[in-house]
Design a protein around this ligand. Structure first.
Ligand SMILES: [Zn+2]
Length: 68
C-alpha cells in the first residue's frame, strides 16, 4: 500500500505531478519511509522532493556537444 501525493510540481523526467514515499521494512518489522521518493510516472527514485522536480542543472553541459 502506498500513498500518492499530488503536487504542484512536475517530475523533471516524465512530467508526472504525483509521487509516492518510498517505504521499506525496518529490522524490527515496521514499515518506514526511507526518506526517498518514487515518481508515479517514470517510477524513478529520487533522494529528495527537490531532486524530483528540479530541472537538471545545465552547468555541466559540454558545449562541444551543442550543434553550432
Ligand atoms: Zn517521473
Amino acid at each position: 500500500m502506498a500513498t500518492t501525493f499530488k503536487t504542484v510540481y512536475k517530475c523533471r523526467e516524465c512530467g508526472a505531478t504525483s509521487y509516492q514515499r518510498v517505504v521499506d521494512r525496518a529490522p524490527n518489522g515496521v514499515l518506514q519511509a526511507t526518506g526517498e521518493y518514487r515518481c508515479t510516472g517514470c517510477r524513478n527514485i529520487f533522494a529528495s522532493l527537490r531532486a524530483w522536480w528540479e530541472p537538471r542543472r545545465q552547468l555541466d553541459f559540454q558545449s562541444s556537444s551543442f550543434p553550432g
